[in-house]
Design a protein around this ligand. Structure first.
Ligand code: FAD
Ligand code: NAG
Ligand code: NAG
Ligand code: NAG
Length: 315
């Protein structure tokens, strides 16, 4: 287990009174680029990709101190980059080292050109470079999922319970600038005790929103103002909040800030987040008859040697 090995390293440093100026807090951080901190170890859960889903799941699983969790992410921790924490820079991260920039197949009606498809390459994934809009899809679409899954529990009502649980809606002051500029909401459709910070952006929310609402009603007579699309009824014209901290700087709230940094998951000895490594292969255990994933292979990039194989105990 990672904690044991890290702890024994720390003890070795202390007993040897090494000259290396390593502090204990150095050993406590879960985020590392160092593959030797995971090789030859077993983890209960291995998560390929430390994006929105990966980090949320890693955080929830590692709340249980009985399980060990490894996340392998191809990008790095980019939290101090303004293209990540400042949503107002939206678009500046595209086609940089923060973007996988996957290429589409050649498109015949675009002279055979390939399009770049944005996909975040860092902790928090696309959630660290997206538009940070916080809303929901139409209730009717969620309610079709049971037809696909055969499981009645995949309904809007049940999903909504978890969506509300993720959210920390920061109710704006009645005289907050965003309200004066046309922001509206209904409290009953927002969660208030989750880790993801959701706010109306006073700084961002001050340009064309009100005019856009009025203009769309002129263009489409009868278009209704929707009090809050988070209800699951999304038709009409409306305003939505963003994933932003409520303070004056309004930094982005992402899976990385909400589920790892603000929950101090980064200090959990049971959680290791390995960055700078791409998962290239899932390993399968066929012994039991059922196909069972038992580990992964990963490598830094296509030119480096595939390094380690890790066995997942519970995957
Ligand atoms: C430009 C843009 C704007 C968007 N705007 C909004 C918005 O305003 N509001 C909204 O709700 N949603 C928005 N979205 C969608 C939202 O960001 C995604 O739905 C969400 O991030 C998907 O989560 P995910 O965990 O599936 O993938 P991601 O969050 O993208 O995470 C995938 C992670 O896996 C890593 N990875 C991939 N392959 C490997 C591998 N082989 N090995 C190791 N790591 C790997 C990636 O680097 C990445 O960190 C936007 C998306 C984009 C691209
Ligand atoms: C990991 O590597 C990246 C890119 O070289 C670097 O910016 C970052 O500081 C490193 N992080 C750690 C925890 O070593
Ligand atoms: C996880 O960490 C806790 C301390 O937070 C420790 O008591 C426990 O033994 C660890 N579990 C595993 C499986 O390593
Ligand atoms: C916003 O994020 C940056 C980068 O992490 C940080 O330096 C800054 O202190 C944050 N602002 C606030 C108000 O927390």
């Amino acid at each position: 287990m990672g904690a044991f090995k890290l702890l024994s390293c720390a003890l070795a440093v202390i007993t040897l009174t090494s000259a290396a100026p390593l502090t204990l807090s150095h050993f406590k951080r879960s985020i590392t680029n160092d593959t030797s901190s995971v090789s030859d170890q077993h983890f209960d859960y291995i998560i390929a990709g430390g994006g929105l889903t990966g980090l949320s799941v890693a955080s929830r699983l590692s709340e249980d101190t009985d399980v060990t969790v490894l996340v392998i992410e191809s990008g790095y921790d980019q939290q101090n980059d303004p293209r990540v924490y400042d949503v107002r820079t939206y678009g500046e991260a595209f086609e940089t080292e923060l973007d996988h920039a996957f290429k589409s197949t050649p498109i015949s009606w675009r002279d055979g050109k390939q399009l770049s498809m944005v996909a975040g390459k860092m902790l928090g994934g696309s959630g660290s470079l997206n538009g940070a809009s916080w809303t929901k899809g139409p209730k009717t679409q969620y309610d079709l999922l049971p037809l696909l899954t055969g499981d009645e529990s995949w309904s809007f009502e049940n999903f909504n319970e978890y969506m509300l649980r993720a959210e920390h809606f920061n109710t704006p002051d009645p005289d907050a600038p965003a309200i004066a500029k046309g922001a509206h909401y209904l409290s009953e459709y927002h969660g208030t005790s989750g880790p993801v910070e959701v706010s109306f952006a006073d700084g961002m929310f001050g340009t064309v929103q009100l005019e856009a609402i009025e203009a769309s009603q002129k263009v489409w007579p009868g278009l209704k103002v929707n009090a809050d699309a988070a209800s699951g009824i999304v038709n009409g014209v409306t305003t939505i909040p963003n994933q932003l901290n409520p303070d004056v700087e309004q930094n982005r709230s992402s899976a990385h800030t909400a589920y790892i940094l603000s929950k101090d998951a980064v200090k959990r000895p049971n959680l290791t987040i390995l960055t700078g490594q791409r998962v290239t292969k899932l390993l399968w255990d066929r012994k039991s008859g059922d196909l069972k994933a038992s580990g992964v292979s990963f490598q830094h990039d296509e030119n480096s040697k595939p390094i380690s194989v890790i066995t997942a105990n519970r995957l």
